[in-house]
Design a protein around this ligand. Structure first.
Ligand SMILES: [Zn+2]
Ligand SMILES: [Zn+2]
Length: 196
């Protein structure tokens, strides 16, 4: 089964294979909040406590089928995660590490156009809350669910490494390992202005 991914205006489209192997979590960290603000999307992307719903999986399962030329990349600092979005309509799409040797992608939930019910059926309810200390309200930490989710992610990473599938990564050039779009790296001042 393939699950669709789409930016708000529909220019960028992709499919996500094996949704049942993904792990879903809500991240309350300041950097995810800053990314939503950078895109002018805080109202749409963040939940009422500043959380970003994320589906974590292996990059080889994600395949762009349309509008890849609209793909944009930014980072909040020289060493920060690469944060990918659609330049056509500023929809946040995904976060990846800087090094494709670590096969991980966190897909931002609002780039998945299916209904909430269809998404919940595919990925399960959001049971994991990460970085709750920086939530804008009181959010209970979920230590056991977090450990289970981490193990699931680790299993995906190891499987992609062992099978060699980690080389199929739509965000990086094969061979050079460079990001397919040069990241816009914010200055410390720009970053601070987004921390709110
Ligand atoms: Zn778009
Ligand atoms: Zn985060």
């Amino acid at each position: 089964m393939e699950f669709p991914l789409r930016c708000r205006c529909g220019n960028v489209q992709a499919t996500l294979a094996e949704p049942q192997r993904a792990a879903r979590a809500v991240c309350y960290c300041r950097d995810c909040q800053a990314f939503a603000r950078f895109l002018g999307r805080a109202q749409l992307t963040l939940d009422r406590y500043g959380g970003t719903d994320i589906v974590a999986t292996s990059p080889h399962r994600l395949r762009f089928t349309r509008g890849v030329e609209e793909l944009r990349c930014m980072s909040l600092s020289e060493k920060g995660l690469l944060r990918w979005y659609a330049g056509c309509c500023n929809t946040p799409l995904a976060n990846t590490p800087r090094d494709p040797a670590l096969p991980y992608v966190g897909i931002v939930y609002d780039s998945l156009p299916e209904s909430a019910a269809a998404r919940d059926a595919a990925f399960g309810p959001a049971r994991i809350a990460l970085n709750t200390a920086s939530a804008t309200g009181t959010v209970a930490a979920t230590p056991w669910a977090t450990v289970a989710g981490m193990l699931r992610i680790l299993r995906n990473v190891v499987a992609a490494r062992v099978s060699g599938r980690y080389r199929d990564n739509p965000f990086f050039e094969r061979g050079s390992g460079r990001p397919v779009v040069a990241p816009l790296v914010l200055t410390p001042e720009q970053r601070r202005s987004l921390y709110g």
